[in-house]
Design a protein around this ligand. Structure first.
Ligand code: DC
Length: 219
């Protein structure tokens, strides 16, 4: 049976950084489910669907074929055969993903793909509903969080490193808004699974968090 590690938590808690490192250390596959919702959001934006257009999202999401591949250990997301990794990290796509991901048709499609990936391989999967909905029987479940100010500072630094100027207060406000959207939606809201271990990464280094999760695997 394949081993599944589920890591959930709010935006900017460090899920993907941590999950990638754990996957590398353990020789597992890393599955970034947020990237799948982002690829779907990119498709909807390209089709000029408004975030409020539920019927449009319902109809158009059926046309988007999203698949996952790996190149040099890196996850590649394909949208109708096109590698869209370089196009899905913008705020616009992130906001559309947050608004379109609660749609039942969108979720059904993405969760089917996630089940397929986790059934055949040892995976570290990160997202919002992995431990609660997608992989309820995962051997290890982690809820990774951090203070909203700390998360905003990390994002601010990430942008600054890329030479992009931004405003810390605006970033924190967006993060709080995104948390609220992800936690209060009707379908598969972000929440800690009852059997998940809570890790607050606010004052931990990346390596400390990685070690804490790996200790859970070998328990
Ligand atoms: O982790 P991220 O920022 O790349 O995720 C983008 C959006 O996708 C986020 O606002 C919530 C949604 N998402 C989701 O609904 N379920 C998941 N398993 C992963 C992400």
């Amino acid at each position: 049976m394949s081993v599944n590690i589920a890591i959930d938590g709010p935006a900017g808690a460090g899920k993907s950084t941590i999950a990638k490192k754990i996957a590398k250390k353990l020789g597992y596959i890393y599955v970034d489910t947020g990237a799948m919702y982002r690829a779907m959001a990119l498709y909807l934006l390209r089709e000029h669907i408004a975030p409020s257009d539920t019927d449009g999202i319902n109809e158009k999401c059926a046309e988007a074929d999203i698949s996952i591949g790996y190149e040099n250990g890196e996850q590649i997301v394909y949208l109708n055969g096109e590698n869209v990794n370089g196009l899905i990290r913008t705020e616009e796509v992130g906001n559309m993903a947050s608004v379109s991901s609660p749609n039942p048709n969108v979720r059904k499609k993405m969760v089917e793909l996630q089940h397929k990936l986790a059934a055949s391989k040892d995976v570290v999967m990160d997202g919002r509903d992995i431990g609660t909905c997608v992989l309820p029987h995962a051997q290890v479940k982690v809820y990774l969080t951090a203070d909203s100010r700390v998360r905003a500072e990390r994002r601010y630094k990430e942008l600054a490193d890329k030479g992009i100027a931004s405003d810390l207060d605006t970033i924190e406000k967006d993060i709080i808004e995104r948390d609220h959207q992800d936690m209060t939606r009707e379908l598969s809201p972000l929440r800690q699974a009852e059997d998940a271990t809570l890790i607050d990464s606010s004052y931990m280094t990346i390596d400390e968090v990685v070690e804490a999760v790996i200790a859970l695997v070998s328990d």
